[in-house]
Design a protein around this ligand. Structure first.
Ligand SMILES: [Zn+2]
Length: 50
């Protein structure tokens, strides 16, 4: 079973990435450093619901 998630920029709260994750593999919320086109820099992206 996979969960649809989006990755939301922690600074501008914009949802930049969509994806899915395996529930079994990760039970905790995770965060990534990804490029945000709105902030024009790498920012922390947190998991959010689609
Ligand atoms: Zn941003």
């Amino acid at each position: 079973m996979r969960d649809l998630i989006s990755l939301q920029c922690d600074q501008c709260k914009r949802k930049n990435y969509m994806g899915s994750r395996n529930k079994k593999q990760s039970t905790e919320k995770y965060s990534f450093k990804k490029f945000c086109s709105s902030c024009r820099s790498h920012t922390l992206h947190k998991e959010a619901k689609v």
